[in-house]
Write a protein that binds this ligand. Structure first.
Ligand code: ATP
Ligand code: MG
Length: 257
């Protein structure tokens, strides 16, 4: 008998890492420190949720680590690549080749079919999708009989499943989601979260997801809590109740200060 699981755990590499990452908006009186020396690892093959009060810096952290936004100081690594060493064109290329995105608004192109939307990023990059992989992803999100439909002919949940498949299609190094279930009812949201979890468990994908929802966070392997631009806590193998209790502690602090 081999202990593959243990070996996998021990050998965990880092898909993305932020080190002493700071992001300051504006100057002088109007200055906002959105991120204050954040150091965090996103291990390969793990599902990480980022939580924290509104304005705590969740989206800023995600955007800086995903190369969508510049940062003021510190460093960000995707795989072995230091983002600050890249020119704009190289950064665009890295985003395209190594990162998958899922946003709250599904961001599908209305004139394209579901299948065309799924393969669009790879088409733009001039890469041919691996047919077997693509089929596996499409089967997993249950879209086989909807591939010729356009976004307007799909429910919100189905549209987000297209977005999930689009993010998975190129087997990116890491997938980032900013409240990917924010616009979905709880059942469709649970489906999308199940697909994300399966993509981590079964396909070895790395996922980082910003969410406000303790139930959504409970699908993750780990929750990182932000407050005022800093990482203040984390929870391994979170439960919805555990996360809810932690969030209540933030609320209580907010009320008394
Ligand atoms: N373009 C900007 N210019 C100035 N300040 C900004 C800008 N974007 C964000 N901020 C500020 O940075 C801080 C962090 O914002 P961020 O959007 O990361 O928060 P968040 O945790 O994602 O909040 P929410 O849960 O409401 O989405 C906030 O105080 C916000 O007002
Ligand atoms: Mg946000």
């Amino acid at each position: 008998m081999t202990t593959t699981h243990t070996v996998h755990r021990a050998a965990t590499a880092v898909a993305a890492r932020a080190t002493e990452l700071s992001k300051v908006y504006g100057e002088g009186e109007t200055q906002v420190v959105a991120l204050d020396r954040v150091t965090v690892d996103f291990p390969q093959g793990e599902f990480t949720a980022i939580m924290g009060p509104s304005g705590s810096g969740k989206s800023t952290l995600m955007h800086c680590v995903a190369g969508l936004d510049s940062f003021s100081s510190g460093s960000v690594r995707i795989g072995d690549t230091e983002l600050s060493t890249l020119k704009d064109r190289q950064l665009t290329q890295l985003r395209r080749d190594k990162i998958g995105f899922i946003f709250q608004a599904f961001n599908l192109l209305p004139t394209l079919t579901a299948l065309e939307n799924i393969t669009l990023p790879m088409d733009i990059a001039g890469r041919k999708p691996d047919a077997a992989w693509l089929q596996r992803v499409i089967d997993m999100v249950g879209l086989s009989d909807r591939l010729k439909h356009r976004p307007t002919e799909l429910s919100g949940g189905q549209q987000q499943r297209v977005a999930v498949a689009r993010a998975l299609a190129s087997r990116p190094e890491i997938i980032f989601g900013d409240e990917p279930t924010g616009n979905l009812d709880s059942r469709s949201g649970a489906e999308v979260l199940g697909f994300l979890r399966n993509s981590v468990r079964e396909l070895g994908q790395t996922v980082v997801m910003v969410t406000h929802d303790p139930v959504a966070a409970s699908y993750a392997d780990r929750v990182i809590f932000l407050a005022d631009g800093a990482v203040v806590d984390q929870m391994i193998n979170p439960t919805a109740d555990g996360v809810l209790d932690r969030m209540k502690a933030f609320d209580a602090k907010g009320r008394t200060s």
